[in-house]
Write a protein that binds this ligand. Sequence first.
Ligand code: GLC
Length: 537
Amino acid sequence: MPEPESVPSAVPWWRDAAVYQVYPRSFADGDGDGVGDLAGIRARLPHLARLGVDAVWFNPWYPSPQKDGGYDITDYRAVDPVLGTLDEAEKLIAEAAGLGLHTIVDIVPNHVSDRHPWFRAALAAPPGSPERERFHFRDGRGEHGRLPPNNWRSEFGGLPWTRTADGQWYLHLFAAEQPDLNWDHPEVRAEHEAVLRFWFDRGAAGVRIDSAGLLVKDPDLPDLTPEGPHPYVDRDDLHPVYRSWRAVADSYHPPRALIGEVWVPDAERFARYLRPDELHTAFNFDFLARPWDATALRASIDSTLAAHEPVEAPATWVLANHDVTRTATRYGRADTRFDFAAKAFGTPTDLALGRRRARAAALLTLALPGSVYLYQGEELGLPEVEDLPPDRLRDPMHHRSGGTDPGRDGCRVPLPWSGDRPPYGFSTAPGAAEPWLPQPADWTALTVEAQTGDPDSMLELYRTALRLRRTAITGGLRWRPAPEGVLAFDRGIGFTCLVNLSPQPVPIDTPGELLLRSGPLTDGRLPSDTALWLGRA
Ligand code: GLC
């Protein structure tokens, strides 16, 4: 099935797309089992078209035991029966294309589920067997190999090694149910290229590549030390993998896009993934992690643009996703950075302040050059749900921390669509089961229905901003002189964005017609934590 051509344009869609991220289990439930599914998404596609985004990235929808929110996959060429069927996925991709929406599917190459046929075969086979070669099996250290093979730590906390019944250990950088693949094995490489083709053949316009910087390990799996190249993050020999994927993507018409989840702090190292024969774009986690502070955000914008320029790749701008604290909550805290290590239960939050800043941040982000990612529910201003009953928490980050890390369930609560009580239209089937994560009792004012038509709502702010982004904002970014704590820049010749992150109102001494503002002005001045878009005819 070919991916329908977009309106002919000199600029490929992925260079400046607004991409909406759908977490399928929490978007909309079509069959009433309390879990979001493809039928629910298909019924709600008009919401995305009306919102004004260009593409939709779907978190994994494959069969999975759900030990890590679907990132533990048993079959990369099928759809989890709880979510629907492959036939429905094909229809969904075609219907989205019919509404002008490109589809991006999530590819998870670093690891598979421990229930994947390859890993079951590896466990059933003896040490040293070809079946084990597709993974990282090693003997342990110490007496009788009782100690793990090296000193690494899991990204989710705890050991990244689990011992099997015959005494060998296997590597898993994430949960024990997510064994890491051996990317030095030709079958592993061939399999993933075949999976890319499988989804590109079904009309996917691109893939989001999970944990894209972690695939290739130093074959000796040496201890982690402060010196020398990291044994598994950002290895030089990872780049040929993406060159080969690029050739696959470029063999399609139109070419498909590769989008990497690359957590590499060094901007120059990060940009190496975006060379013209590698990935098209990668998520900008530096921007996401910065505090609500003009100097810090400007520094991130400048270093991002400077790093992308030599490789001629577009920047991406991301405020939130299914792994991090919701923007409205994060910006309402004393510490407005995002840091996995700093997450804690009971952090005080001023949600009114956080929402005001989230509105201003939306206008800042949507005005920047490049593509932008919008995580479902951000357009509604949803807060992090921090009082989920402990026995409902699913995230291995929570469980593997011994219960101290709140985990990522709080940003994955099912969306509120309509009505004044749970499930707020999330499930539309009569007699539907309770949503898989409980929704708060006070989300009535946050539903799509309640916000539609209210000019002061977050949803209408996003709708207007996304429409203007398409029509009124083009060209490179140029900073304007501005008071301390204020971000002021032009795009092209006819557009200015002002964001006041200082504690007091500032005068608006820029000419132009008011296009949009994130909050009311006071006496013609721009209040604290407010953003403004100006246009000139
Ligand atoms: C990525 C995903 C995250 C998942 C992890 C392991 O970081 O975004 O949700 O837990 O990879 O697959």
